[in-house]
Design a protein around this ligand. Sequence first.
Ligand code: PMT
Length: 398
Amino acid sequence: MANIIVGVTGGIAAYKAAELVSLLGKQGHDVRCIMTEAAQQFITPLTLQTLSGNPVYTNMFQLQQNPEWKVEHIGLAHWADCVLIVPATADFLGKVANGLADDLLSTCVMATEAPVYFAPAMNDKMYQNPFVQRNIQILRESGYGFVDPVEGNLACGTSGKGKMASVEQIADVVNTLRPQDLAGMRFVITAGPTRESIDPVRFLTNHSSGKMGYALARQAAYRGADVVLISGPTHLAVPFGVTMIPVTSAQQMFEAVQAHFQDADVIIKSAAVADYRPKTVAAQKIKKTDGDMVLELERNADILAWLGEHKTTQLLVGFAAETNDVAENALGKLARKHLDFIAANDVSAAHSGFGKDTNQVTLYGADGSTVALPILSKDETANRILDKILEKRKEQII
Ligand code: PMT
């Protein structure tokens, strides 16, 4: 786990720095906070000290807090694996872009060799200001990273692009510091359910939350892969560094997969795709009658089977969501759809499958291999599947 400096500057979004420090701590990182004088007008050092479990640094000239360090800002700068500036005000961006170092945080940013990321937060007009944009450009060109602000309601009562990115997105940055063992590999991953319209207000769908597919996309991106995530409707945030292609129906997912599969090295189909769709979609809301109703369905394309027929060098990984005869059904799909691997999960088990935070999968390979994974978080399950894919890819290249 990493040593992280969270540098807090003086904007209303400073209160979110507290949430970030708490989240990073829960993820197992060691966090130390540096606050500018203006930041202390918004939240107190005591809050960050309590949440980080470490002293908070506020003053260039206060007596040494860590006796191991000869000079505090240099000691902190060397200690850090990553520096996150949350929020980054226009003033602080301008200061760093112009080489000014007049307080503890700016001196530490100047002195560190660790990656530094800014999460700007300000009024949208301030953010668009040409001087601010010029400073951001200078910083980007100098190798500093950004977690860009998003559109939203701003503290000043207006709305526009200037709202700080979510703390989850900012925390994600730290994870990209992991070993980049999937660098250079291009993944297409599908996730979530599809929705098959019946009329303008109704649809057929399933219980997929997207958690498994998003975990795969997130972990692959953390490990340096280029990831295209083709997702049906979910409530999940787009993982950091992932190219997201939102779709609704199975047909749209099919078209998106067809558009991207040629460029991929690996395709993972964790989406729960509807096998059938209503034969006709009513243009207007279907009115109820006293009698029963019969809905005629027609087959959707089997995207994975199509991929199995058309793949060339791509590694193809499917999932099997089963409620009975898990191994037998999964092995049937592995062979019929010409897959390299299939991850079988028993979706009737308490800790596994739809909507859960954990999963238990057995990974069957076309090479006869079987890896039975224990109950793991979906992120950990994703990493184990990615490890196996990497191993196979290396064999292919050799
Ligand atoms: O999203 P979560 O809530 O985290 O839940 C995760 C999950 C249970 C959805 C996931 O782990 C999973 O098992 N996904 C596959 C679900 C599924 O559709 O299984 P299946 O056995 O019906 O299909 C087998 C494979 O064919 C799957 O890879 C599926 O994406 C693919 N398929 C199915 C039908 C179809 N028309 N086209 C397809 O490509």
